[in-house]
Design a protein around this ligand. Structure first.
Ligand code: TYM
Length: 333
């Protein structure tokens, strides 16, 4: 029996955070044996906000290295760079013609990002979710492992697939979200009511997968808590709640276990222990990452093979789409 298909991706708009890891990539590594997985470094998504070309190149290769360092095996998964498979932008055009202005303007991420980028309110930022739908639908994806913040985009992908299938007959599989219950969202260390984001201006707000031990200690020490001084798990203590969730996920201890372990202890002790847990969890990833960066030829082979494999699958879907829409197939003479 054919394996079910998984597609997911992350933007090379900076380095990966603990939020990306716990919300998504850690999950990806658990799925690689059971599913036929496509994991993309979505560079075309990243340019919807201003990027410096040389940083984007470095971040793209860096993100690929981080995928591998987190444990994604390029033999088992198709790992590729989005812009290497042009079918993504081609399908996007078709789906653009079927997307409504109203539904795109309701996307919360667009609303947030457009507020932050008022001077660069480009059309790409608006149609970003259509590109994401194309990424997913090209591979006849069954499941999309993402963090909670991507759920609305995924619903749009499902709506567009259903709309296309209804208009032109069955073409796309309708993808399902796959969101880990325990950590749908890792929050900012500075403002724990918003998500941890790699594009945050305040670098104390996030932990990067490749942060060194001192940086991790410093960031956790400075993380915002409250003045209650009691370690308990509730919405009023958003900072402590977030630290407990991170701790729980990385240590495999339940929140209840942690709360009783730290009963009567101060925030300082919790923060110190948590720093150690994070440092030890990320150490192998950081070491492997630094190693891989010294091996550019290997990384090149990975993304070259990945693009070949992805291209074949994506073209097949795109050919079907073009035909159904009424575009004449190109003849080669
Ligand atoms: P991106 O690059 O912002 O994030 C990559 C993945 O990490 C998850 N994530 C989080 N999870 C929990 N807590 C957080 N604080 C946190 N921050 C990020 C995201 O949910 C995501 O799963 N639009 C996508 C990239 C994309 C994509 C796709 C994903 C493009 N095409 C197709 C899936 C399928 C994005 O910006 O992710």
């Amino acid at each position: 029996m054919d394996k079910k298909v998984i597609f997911s991706g992350a933007q090379p708009s900076g380095k990966m955070t603990l939020g990306n890891y716990l919300g998504a990539i850690q999950n990806w590594t658990k799925l690689q044996d059971e599913y036929d997985c496509f994991y993309s470094v979505v560079d075309l998504h990243a340019i919807t906000v201003p990027q410096v070309a040389k940083d984007l190149r470095a971040n793209t290769i860096g993100l690929l290295a981080q995928y591998l360092a987190c444990g994604l095996d390029p033999e088992k998964n198709t790992i590729f760079i989005q812009s290497h498979v042009s079918a993504h932008t081609e399908l996007m055009w078709i789906l653009n013609t079927m997307s409504y202005m109203g539904e795109l303007s309701r996307m919360t991420q667009f609303k947030d990002k457009s507020q932050k980028n008022e001077l660069n309110l480009n059309a790409g930022l608006f149609t970003y979710p259509v590109l994401m739908a194309s990424d997913i639908l090209l591979y006849q994806t069954d499941l999309v492992p993402v963090g909670q913040d991507q759920k609305q985009h995924l619903e749009l992908a499902r709506d567009l697939a259903t709309r296309f299938n209804y208009k032109y007959s069955d073409t796309f599989k309708i993808p399902e979200p796959y969101i880990p219950k325990e950590v749908g969202r890792v929050m900012s260390l500075q403002e724990p009511i918003k998500k941890m984001s790699k594009s945050d201006e305040n670098e104390n707000a996030y932990i990067l997968l490749i942060d060194d031990a001192d940086t991790i200690k410093r960031k956790i020490k400075r993380s915002v808590t409250d003045s209650l001084g009691v370690i308990s798990y509730n919405d009023e203590q958003a900072g402590i709640k977030n630290l407990l969730e991170i701790y729980s996920k990385l240590s495999n201890k339940t929140i209840e276990e942690l709360v009783s372990m730290y009963e009567g202890k101060g925030y300082g002790v919790l923060k110190e222990d948590l720093s150690e847990v994070i440092i030890e969890s990320l150490r192998p990833i950081r070491e492997k990452y630094l190693d891989l960066l010294n091996n550019k030829d290997y990384l090149e082979t990975v993304y070259a093979n990945g693009a070949n494999r992805a291209e074949k699958v994506a073209r097949k879907t795109l050919r079907k789409v073009y035909k159904k829409v009424g575009l004449i197939e190109r003849k080669f003479i």
